[in-house]
Design a protein around this ligand. Structure first.
Ligand SMILES: [Fe+2]
Length: 295
């Protein structure tokens, strides 16, 4: 099967045609999709009306699929405002406030020591208006920094706290969530384990930069966040039912956009593949590319 790749964003985000993702893929097609994913960071597959089992099977062809921690559906995370019985979630409930922070710029599971590699999101139902997802190409953002600025930043490590993003939506982590997801360190810029390219890794969970005084630390977070999310690095995806988008959490940030949550269904379901190791060691960034090469 030969696939067609069409770049839609300025620096990343491509649409893939010529593949039926609901059926098992041959090795050549998997490899072509993998190459496209490394090059473009985010891939859109349109008109793919698959079910949860097919999404799970598709995902598992690109890496070890991760169990879903916040739902009793083993591998599928229902991230919209519809529960698995098809009812609207209580917009004032704890699940809703937890999920609403997905509207802040983030990389998935940035609160794990070993964050997810790829995310797969499928649109099952969409509101008439709103509910888009925006992606920011943090590799292009890193590449756009002057070399001397890159040199100043490349060994820095940031503290990531899930409560920081959840708190902005009025959500307080339950004690078991706080225990499961403590504050952790990630590099300010990660080295991609497959391409060796750096990408900024500052999402809404970042609270401070290690070893930098508080005022400077806050200014730096603000600067890098504003830099990464400039228009020139952003692609906005307007969903159609039957879309499935794969994104690389090591190379971009994303955020959902608001919609009329009380009245309109937005049913989106996510699967993820696991990362391969921690991003920091003894308070220093890990060269994830060198680690993968040595493995
Ligand atoms: Fe997300």
């Amino acid at each position: 099967m030969s696939i067609k790749v069409e770049r839609l964003g300025k620096t990343f985000f491509a649409r893939i045609d010529g593949v039926d993702i609901g059926s098992p893929l041959d090795a050549e097609t998997i490899s072509a999709i993998h190459e496209a994913q490394l090059e473009h960071g985010v891939l859109l597959f349109r008109g793919q009306h698959i079910d949860d089992d097919q999404q799970q099977a598709f995902t598992a062809q690109f890496g070890p699929i991760e169990p879903n921690l916040r739902s009793d559906i083993e591998f599928i995370a229902p991230l919209g405002n519809i529960d698995k019985e098809g009812n609207f979630r209580d917009p004032d409930g704890t699940n809703a406030s937890f999920l609403r922070s997905n509207q802040q710029w983030h990389s998935d599971s940035q609160f794990f020591k070993v964050p997810s590699a790829l995310s797969f999101l499928r649109a099952v139902s969409m509101p008439k208006e709103g509910g888009a997802t925006q992606y920011a190409d943090t590799k292009a953002a890193w590449d756009a920094l002057p070399l001397e600025r890159q040199a100043e930043l490349q060994d820095l490590v940031a503290l990531n706290d899930l409560q920081n993003s959840r708190g902005k939506e009025g959500h307080t982590l339950a004690p078991e969530d706080r225990e499961r997801w403590p504050i952790i360190e990630h590099p300010v810029a990660r080295i991609h384990e497959e391409t060796g390219a750096r990408a900024l890794y500052i999402g809404s969970q970042v609270t401070s930069i290690s070893g930098v005084d508080d005022e400077e630390s806050q200014a730096l977070i603000k600067e890098l966040f504003a830099h990464s999310t400039q228009d020139q690095f952003i692609y906005t995806h307007e969903w159609e039912v039957g879309d499935l988008v794969i994104w690389d959490n090591r190379r971009c940030l994303h955020r959902g956009r608001p919609w009329d949550e009380a009245n309109e269904a937005r049913d989106v379901r996510r699967t993820t593949t696991a990362g391969t190791g921690p991003t920091t060691e003894n308070g220093k960034p890990v060269d994830e590319y060198a680690r993968a090469q040595a493995a």
